[in-house]
Design a protein around this ligand. Structure first.
Ligand code: ASP
Length: 344
C-alpha cells in the first residue's frame, strides 16, 4: 500500500515536472547599442547590414535554445557574432581610447545561482565575452582586470590578437571628432569631466543578450569597447554586475547600454530586477520607470533589453534609437533600430 502511494506521488511529481517543462518558454533578446541613430544619416545599405547582423546573432542564439541548449550558451553565441562584427562597439570595431588604443569590458551572469564573471580593460583578447565566461566558470573570482585578466585568458587558451585587430576607420574618425570637441571646451578636457561634449553616438554600439532556456534559466551578457576617448583606465557599466548586466531567476535578466557613468550610479540592471522582485510589477514597467523616468530626468542616456522570469521579453530606451532584436517561440524574428517600430 505504502509503495503504491509513493509510486502515485512519484507519477504526480513527474507529470507536474514535465508539464512545467513543457510550458517553460524559450526566448532571446539582443541589443547592439543605444544612441543618436538617425535614419537620415544612414544609408539603406548600412541599415540592411545592421538588420542582417542582428538577425543572424539573435537567430544563432535562439537555435541553441531550440536544440535544448542553455541560455548561457545562447547569449554567448549571440554576443560572439556581434563582437566579431565591425558594426558594433565590442570586439572588432571597439571605440578608441584617448591614447588611440582599445580597452574592452564584458560580463556574464546566470540567474539560477547568481554566478557571474566580468573583465575590464582588456586589450588583446579577441572575444571578451568568452573571457568573462571563463572567469565565471573556471575561476573563484567575479571580476578580473587588465594584465591579470589577459594572463588568465592565455592560461585558458583563449584567442589573443594584436590590439590593432580592433581598429576601424569609422571609430578612428569618431575619436578625432571627440578630441576636437574636447579642445573647444578646454576646462573639460583638462579636468576630464564627463559632461558635454561627450555625445551618445561616441560610445554607441555596445552589445548584449538576455535569454531564457527550457529549464527556465535566465542569463545576461554584455560586451563593449566603452566610451570614445576614455582615459586613465576608465571602466564603464558593462562589466559591473548590477549596473550594465544582471540576471536573477526570481525576477529578470537585463543587459544595458548607454552612458555608463549613469548606469553605474543608478545601478540600473539590478534596480530594474529589484522592482520586479519586491514590487511585483512587470519587467517592462520596471524598465520604463528606471530608463524613462529616473535616468531621463538626470540626463542619463541609454537603454536596456530584458526578459522576465516568465520568459516575457522587452526593451526600453530614452535615446533616438537602439539596435535590437528578439526571437520568441512561435513568433518571427523582429529587428529594429529607430524609436518608432520599423520591424524588419
Ligand atoms: N555603457 C557603455 C559604457 O559606458 C557604452 C555604451 O553602452 O554605449 O562603457
Amino acid at each position: 500500500m505504502r509503495r503504491s502511494i509513493s509510486f502515485l506521488a512519484l507519477c504526480c511529481f513527474s507529470a507536474l515536472a514535465s508539464a512545467n517543462q513543457a510550458t517553460t518558454p524559450i526566448a532571446i533578446v539582443i541589443h547592439g547599442g543605444a544612441g543618436t541613430i538617425n535614419k537620415s544619416q544612414m544609408t539603406e545599405a548600412q541599415e540592411q547590414a545592421y538588420h542582417a547582423t542582428l538577425k543572424h546573432a539573435v537567430e544563432t542564439g535562439y537555435a541553441v535554445l531550440e536544440k535544448g541548449g542553455s541560455s548561457v550558451d545562447a547569449v554567448t553565441a549571440a554576443v560572439l557574432i556581434m563582437e566579431d562584427s565591425p558594426l558594433f562597439n565590442a570586439g572588432k570595431g571597439a571605440v578608441y581610447t584617448y591614447d588611440e588604443g582599445h580597452e574592452l569590458d564584458a560580463s556574464i551572469m546566470r540567474g539560477d545561482n547568481l554566478m557571474a564573471g566580468a573583465v575590464s580593460g582588456v586589450t588583446v583578447v579577441k572575444n571578451p565575452v568568452l573571457l568573462a565566461r571563463s572567469v565565471m566558470e573556471k575561476s573563484e573570482h567575479v571580476m578580473l582586470s587588465g594584465a591579470g585578466a589577459e594572463q588568465f585568458a592565455k592560461e585558458q587558451g583563449l584567442e589573443l590578437v594584436e590590439n590593432s585587430y580592433f581598429d576601424t576607420e569609422f571609430r578612428y574618425d569618431a575619436l578625432k571628432k571627440a578630441k576636437q570637441s574636447m579642445q573647444k571646451v578646454p576646462h573639460q578636457a583638462q579636468n576630464y569631466r564627463l559632461k558635454a561634449p561627450w555625445l551618445p553616438e561616441w560610445n554607441m554600439g555596445t552589445v548584449g543578450a538576455v535569454a531564457m532556456d527550457r529549464s527556465g534559466l535566465l542569463t545576461a551578457a554584455t560586451s563593449t569597447g566603452g566610451m570614445t576617448a576614455k582615459r586613465y583606465g576608465r571602466i564603464g557599466d558593462a562589466p559591473i554586475i548590477g549596473a550594465g548586466n544582471f540576471a536573477d531567476n526570481g525576477s529578470c535578466a537585463v543587459s544595458a547600454t548607454g552612458h555608463g557613468e549613469f548606469f553605474i550610479r543608478y545601478r540600473v540592471a539590478s534596480d530594474i530586477c529589484a522592482r520586479v522582485k519586491y514590487q511585483g510589477i512587470s519587467a517592462d514597467k520596471a524598465a520604463d520607470q528606471v530608463i524613462q523616468q529616473e535616468l531621463a530626468k538626470v540626463g542619463g542616456t541609454g537603454g536596456v533589453i530584458l526578459i522576465d522570469h516568465k520568459g516575457k521579453v522587452g526593451w526600453s530606451f530614452n535615446t533616438e534609437g537602439m539596435y535590437r532584436a528578439k526571437k520568441t517561440e512561435g513568433e518571427a524574428t523582429i529587428s529594429e533600430i529607430f524609436k518608432e517600430s520599423s520591424a524588419k
